[in-house]
Write a protein that binds this ligand. Structure first.
Ligand code: CO
Length: 135
């Protein structure tokens, strides 16, 4: 089953500028920054109450986030939902005929395991499924 919204992923060219807005001006709490090599991004995690926003800055030209920025400029990149068992969920979705970006889950930020549903299957929204071990 797919559970609560985990975070909203926002792509932008520079974390520094993103933090200047989301943290300094808007007052979101910045709890963590991490590079995620598997996705070629640097991620800043912020909280507004219990709602989590992840700012994504590409670390190379080949990053999927670079492609997104070239095509659309910055913006909402994906919505992430919590799952208890990402392997089981990927298998279930495959059986349902939902198109996934990759056949198997991989390592996400903060030691999570993640998988992505292709926007072709979801009305144009990239959906991430997150199995999380720590907040
Ligand atoms: Co995400």
């Amino acid at each position: 089953v797919i559970l609560d919204l985990d975070h909203v992923g926002i792509a932008l060219p520079s974390l520094k500028e993103g933090l200047a807005t989301y943290k300094n001006q808007m007052g979101f709490e910045h709890i963590h920054t991490e590079e995620v090599p598997s996705e070629k991004v640097r991620v800043a995690v912020l909280l507004a109450g219990n709602t989590r926003v992840e700012l994504l800055e590409p670390t190379s030209e080949g990053s999927p986030v670079s492609q997104f920025l070239r095509k659309r400029g910055g913006g909402i990149h994906h919505l992430a939902f919590k799952v208890e068992d990402v392997e089981a969920e990927v298998e279930r979705l495959r059986m349902e005929g939902v198109e996934l970006i990759e056949p198997a889950p991989r390592k996400g930020a903060q030691n999570s395991k993640v998988a992505f549903i292709h926007p072709r299957s979801t009305g144009g929204v990239l959906i991430e499924l997150v199995e999380r071990f720590v907040r």
